[in-house]
Write a protein that binds this ligand. Structure first.
Ligand SMILES: *Cc1c(COP(=O)(O)O)cnc(C)c1O
Length: 367
């Protein structure tokens, strides 16, 4: 296998053992396969922290499908969701609410600034029609972390249902849905849990989910219906499930445990990222987000000057085996480098060498 490192969350770089776990063909209705799904569901609930109070429902499709499924299942047209927006994924939540004709309000911040708890508090205090609060934990657009615990705490003080897109943080940071006051959390197979793309999952308060029968406006994106089938039929998915991605994911979860669990993985990501930022700063690059809110998952670097060409830079790094990400910030020219996946400090050091060579040839730095 040609090993090109994806520094793009995600899809991201997976281990060879995760990739080889897909080398087979499987039925979806056989006991062994259903057992695999059951195992994944219970492992996800363990990772969510909070025990049997929560349940995990796997949904076909990319992460956005699960976000849309969660919004459609948990929020009705009679409800009112307060959405935090400071990046493309927050804006996507707004877009979904619009499509589903769900009333919403927003709390906004610049793409490089964290959402402010005080802004949520203010809206919650002045508008009693709000029923739900939803926002992104790790905004992959910029690489910042929103204060998830504080926002959920205030939302709970006002008695609201809390829904978090923790797509790019779940499994990469120790969290407890119970302690962090989260009712619903959405993530996917191909982020910090280091599986391949193919499905997402919705972790939800079990009692809350049980009250949502018949609420979703979509058949395929109905989290309740999927839950009911998975519960009643021992782990069966309603429609064709991504068997290969599920096998890969099961292997990826085993490898998370082998690695030492989420705190060890988080420490690896942080080490990757500290190495990356220190090396990039030494080469004259600046991060777009302040260190205090920087996530360990992905970093946005500002273009070093006006003549910088991302395309040329990208192509040079690609030739060395590194795939990086274009920027996604509204106002600032930037590019992104992910530090999650099967990526280690030695990979980051090689990447930095490659970047240093590029910048030297370009005459940016003299050595
Ligand atoms: C990756 C990601 C998503 C989902 O994106 P898909 O392309 O649909 O998998 C949603 N929210 C955040 C914060 C993400 O990082």
């Amino acid at each position: 296998m040609v090993r090109s490192l994806l520094l793009t969350p995600g899809p991201l770089t997976t281990t060879d053992t995760v990739k080889t776990a897909m080398m087979g063909d499987w039925c979806t209705w056989e006991e062994e396969y259903k057992k695999l799904t059951r195992g994944i569901r219970s492992r996800l609930v363990e990772l969510a922290g909070g025990g049997d109070q929560y349940t995990a429902v796997l949904m076909q499709g990319s992460g956005t499908f699960s976000v849309e499924a969660a919004i459609g299942t948990f929020i009705s047209k009679e409800d009112h969701v307060l959405i935090g927006v400071n990046g493309a994924y927050g804006r996507r939540i707004v877009e979904i609410a619009e499509r589903l004709h769900i009333p919403y309000s927003t709390v906004t911040a610049d793409d490089t600034k964290a959402l402010e708890v005080a802004s949520f508090e203010e809206k919650l205090r002045t508008d009693s029609s709000i029923t739900h609060v939803m926002f992104v934990h790790s905004e992959t657009t910029s690489g910042l972390l929103n204060p998830v615990q504080d926002i959920c705490r205030i939302a709970k003080q006002f008695g609201k249902t809390t829904m978090v897109d923790a797509m790019s943080s779940f499994g990469g940071m120790d969290m407890s849905m119970a302690d962090w006051n989260m009712d619903v959390l959405v993530s996917s197979s191909n982020k910090c849990l280091q599986g391949v793309p193919g499905f997402g999952f919705v972790l939800a308060n079990r009692a809350l989910l049980k009250s949502r029968k018949g609420c979703a406006p979509s058949l395929s994106l109905d989290v309740y219906d999927q839950f009911e089938t998975m519960e009643n039929d021992g782990g069966k998915w309603r429609f064709t499930s991504p068997t290969h991605a599920v096998h890969a994911f099961s292997q990826a979860l085993a490898e998370l445990i082998e690695e030492g669990g989420v705190p060890v993985r988080e420490a690896r990501y942080r080490k990757n990222q500290e190495t990356l930022i220190a090396g990039m700063e030494a080469l004259g690059f600046k991060t777009a987000v302040s260190k205090s809110i920087q996530s360990p998952f992905i970093v946005s670097f500002l273009y070093p000057d006006r003549t910088f060409s991302f395309d040329t830079f990208y192509t040079a790094l690609k030739a060395d085996g590194f795939i990086i990400y274009p920027g996604k910030l509204t106002d600032l020219p930037a590019f992104r480098i992910g530090t999650i996946g099967d990526i280690h400090v030695s990979d980051i050091q090689r990447l930095l060498e490659s970047i240093k060579t590029y910048m030297t040839v370009r005459g940016e730095i003299r050595i």
